[in-house]
Design a protein around this ligand. Structure first.
Ligand SMILES: [Zn+2]
Ligand SMILES: [Zn+2]
Ligand SMILES: [Zn+2]
Ligand SMILES: [Zn+2]
Length: 358
């Protein structure tokens, strides 16, 4: 197999909100600042991290106003306008941190050397999305050439069709969906998990657990919530990063979101390992907290036809009410008895988060 990057992008949507109108009077009021300065600030500030944004806002009233608007815009949508509905941050804890800063990608991407992205800008035309939509595909990989709807025995991609059973969950742990080389488009019924997040969600902060993903509406059992998106890493890079994250965690900083997926191949003799790091670059799945009792989400590996790596997708294992936190089990292995504390609150709680050697 050879892997190549394919930059099939999703259609660019118009922004859902505009922050510009409130800025107009300010621009005319600040006659000493030429409009060019305004435009530059408008372009540059959305690239800044919260820390740099805070320092620049101390420079003058003008930059303070822009920084404030950017902060509001960021807290309104964790998905940075890349999903169907905005996913707001809600923080009622005393720290009042308005949002969690990261680079958003709706799908798996290759490791980025210097991840950065504009977030919270006013001008939609400069909203950059190209960097976040690469798919890893197998060269000359197969696809179906269904003339009608992809379904049943007719379509080669539908061999593993997801059938949800309310008692046992999905009948397979691995599913296949149509992919890059299939003739069908994204509206194909066998591409259930490829259109991003369609349920309403919120990112809510808890004093002990930190940020967590909550249902923003009633979600039926068996519904697709999201995939776990982030940077795909080599195992060497994953081990190196995990070591750094563990050091930072020991000093109480930087919660990491590095996930190792192991797919046991049909022969039973080999195992495909996929390392997905959503710590700096990822989607809202990076906020999903652990629950010792398994929670209300279950995971399924989904492989698009012609795609090298499977994707880890989350489905609801039962009906979820609006406002409920979405949680799943990170695993059963607890190597360190002094691992990070677990605050899942379930009656089966082990007291510590699962941890294993990466
Ligand atoms: Zn088909
Ligand atoms: Zn199809
Ligand atoms: Zn297909
Ligand atoms: Zn627990």
């Amino acid at each position: 197999f050879t892997a190549s990057i394919n930059s099939k992008t999703r259609p660019i949507k118009a922004p859902r909100y505009s922050l510009n109108p409130t800025m107009q009077p300010l621009e005319t009021a600040n006659k000493k600042f030429p409009s060019l300065f305004f435009q530059c600030a408008d372009l540059l500030l959305p690239w800044l991290s919260p820390l740099d944004l805070a320092s620049s806002s101390l420079t003058c009233k003008f930059l303070h106003q822009i920084s404030k608007q950017i902060t509001i815009s960021r807290s309104l949508d964790a998905s940075q306008n890349l999903e169907t509905h905005p996913i707001p941050f809600i923080n009622n804890t005393p720290d009042s941190e308005p949002y969690s800063y990261f680079v958003y990608t709706p799908c798996q991407i290759l490791q980025l050397s210097n991840p950065s992205q504009q977030w919270g800008c006013f001008n939609s035309s400069i909203y950059l999305k190209q960097t976040v939509s690469s798919l890893l595909t197998i060269e000359d990989g197969f696809g179906c050439d269904c003339e009608g709807i992809c379904s049943g025995d007719e379509c080669v991609c539908c061999r593993l069709k997801p059938e949800f059973d309310s008692e046992f969950g999905f009948e397979y742990e691995v599913m296949s969906e149509c992919g890059e080389r299939c003739v069908c488009d994204l509206s194909c019924r066998n591409r259930l998990t490829q259109n991003g997040v369609s349920v309403r969600l919120r990112v809510v902060k808890d004093g002990r657990k930190g940020w967590g993903l909550h249902a923003g509406e009633f979600i039926r059992q068996g519904e697709f919530v999201c995939e776990y998106a982030g940077e795909l890493l080599t195992t060497a890079e994953a081990r190196c990063r995990q070591q750094k994250y563990d050091e930072l965690a020991a000093s109480g900083k930087c919660p990491s979101a590095l996930l190792v997926v192991r797919e046991h191949l049909p022969s039973g003799k080999a195992c495909l390992r996929v390392n997905i790091d959503a710590t700096k670059v990822g989607n809202i799945a990076r906020f999903i907290n652990h629950a010792c009792d398994g929670g209300n989400l279950l995971t399924v590996l989904v492989r698009n036809s012609g795609m090298l790596f499977p994707r880890l997708c989350f489905f609801t294992s039962r009906d979820v009410l609006e406002g409920e936190e979405l949680v799943f089990s990170y695993g059963d292995v607890r190597l360190s008895p002094n691992g990070l504390r677990c605050y899942c609150g379930s009656s089966y709680c082990f007291g510590f988060l699962p941890s294993e050697n990466t």
